[in-house]
Design a protein around this ligand. Structure first.
Ligand code: 5GP
Length: 424
């Protein structure tokens, strides 16, 4: 890649201008490995390449999930370890999320047992200052010292938790426990010229603790290097082989499971509702197919459709839409071992009753009853998320945005006069 002048340098990376694209930089990860705030330092040939592979693969998953990040492209070319990222004003805070008590947390909290599970997870802030060994800061200190605003600190904490959720899910699919994670943030210029908080910096095998099968003795991360006071060449080779394994495993993070949703409607008149569900599924990146089959009029044909779908490749969730009774849902539910979600059209009439509530459904039920299209799609996406971290990430990001909307509406209720309509 055609790089411009060097603009910055960390312990294990160098930043360059990118003459090819305005407001972006090129990040090159190096072959160095350090510990103790840079006091211990070694070179492992090829580590920069593995770090770039790991970082870019992690960021591809997070971008796909909808987390705002600085990552644009690169990191996976055969002979280079260069990534293109949005130019950011970095916030000099390390945000650490912990699911399990380990590392410096145990030193600072001697009363806590190693391996304690945190629920909710713990978020800590450390001010980046090698000379002072990255002192821990409170959110209030960060605001007080004008390092970031209250709103920015809240966003960093929320995004860090989401990132942890998504990466923990991706690791769990490989039976690996994500113990803790360090991330950093920057301010990037958004499309409208305003400043927005984005996840930035590298996220590689130096940034987390990961324990296969939840067993600390099997650790794959940089802690192996930290634990050896004076590593020999063969120790460094052993460290490198873990980094190789991690880069390869992280390559599976954004792999799609091939799951899909089969929407079965009792009549073509349900098409509008089916399309709403399909559009909501599309928002999660979940493909869907639609069929019309009636339990009342074409039971054998309906059975054949279910069997065809059951035999397709990939995990399937059925969503049934029935206009006049829940017979189709009960029928499909009995015919398949896959999950069935009934999403009847609100306001339709069943057995003389208008469908207003899932509690009033006559004619048998499916595995799950969800009335509106959006929530039926969300329920299906959650099921498919079990083995697809991209879908899982989109679900947690969507739920987070839903929560934020409610909280913002709430905040507006008691805002000083004149602000009540802001953003409405
Ligand atoms: P601890 O505070 O227990 O030493 O580290 C918590 C988590 O943050 C661990 O996953 C550790 O790898 C990561 N971490 C802490 N400090 C740094 C740092 O300076 N650089 C990187 N890359 N990760 C760090």
């Amino acid at each position: 890649m055609n790089k411009g002048a060097e603009v910055g340098r960390g312990k294990t990376k160098v930043l360059y201008q990118n003459p090819g694209l305005a407001e972006t930089l090129v990040v090159v990860q190096q072959d160095s490995i350090t510990a103790g705030d840079g006091a211990k330092r070694h070179t492992i040939a090829g580590k920069g390449r593995l770090a770039a592979l790991t970082t870019s693969r992690v960021y591809r998953l997070l971008n796909a999930a909808g987390i705002p990040t600085h990552f644009i492209s690169g990191g996976e070319d055969e002979d280079q370890n260069e990534m293109v990222v949005r130019q950011c004003e970095m916030i000099p805070i390390e945000v650490v999320v912990r699911g399990i008590a380990a590392g410096s947390y145990l030193k600072r909290n001697p009363g806590v047992k190693s391996g304690t599970i945190f629920a909710p997870r713990v978020v800590e802030y450390f001010f980046k200052d090698d000379a002072r060994h990255d002192p821990q800061y409170t959110a209030e200190q960060i605001v007080e010292e004008k390092i970031a605003t209250t709103h920015e600190v809240a966003l960093m904490s929320d995004y860090a938790r989401l990132v942890f959720d998504i990466l923990a899910h991706a690791w769990r699919l490989q039976d690996v426990l994500l113990v803790d994670l360090k991330v950093e943030f920057g301010r990037a210029k958004s499309k409208d010229g305003a400043s927005e908080i984005v996840l930035a910096d590298v996220i590689d095998n130096d940034s987390w603790r990961i324990w296969p099968a939840g067993d600390q003795a099997l650790m794959l991360d940089k802690q192996i290097y930290r634990n050896i006071a004076a590593p020999s060449a063969s120790d460094l080779d052993a460290v490198k082989s873990k980094y190789e394994e991690v880069a390869e495993r992280v390559g599976r993070f954004a792999r799609r499971s091939g799951g899909f949703v089969s929407i079965i409607m009792g009549s073509a008149s349900d098409k509008g509702h089916a399309d709403k569900i399909a559009a909501a599924l599309d928002g999660f990146g979940v493909p869907s197919r639609q069929n019309v089959a009636s339990a009342h009029k074409t039971p054998l044909f309906a059975l054949q459709k279910v069997q065809q779908v059951d035999n397709m490749l990939g995990r399937v969730v059925f969503i049934t839409i029935a206009g006049r009774s829940n017979a189709l849902s009960a029928f499909v539910d009995a015919a398949t071992a896959n999950p069935v979600i009934a999403s009847p059209v609100l306001g339709s009439t069943w057995g003389g009753m208008e469908v207003l509530s899932s509690l009033a459904l006559p004619g048998g039920v499916a595995s799950m009853v969800v009335l509106d299209a959006e929530n039926a799609a969300l329920a299906a996406a959650k099921i498919l998320a079990a083995d697809d971290s991209v879908i899982f990430g989109r679900v947690v990001v969507k739920q987070y945005r839903n929560r934020m909307q409610i909280q913002e509406s709430d905040a507006r209720q008691n805002a000083p006069a004149g602000n009540g309509k802001a953003g409405a």
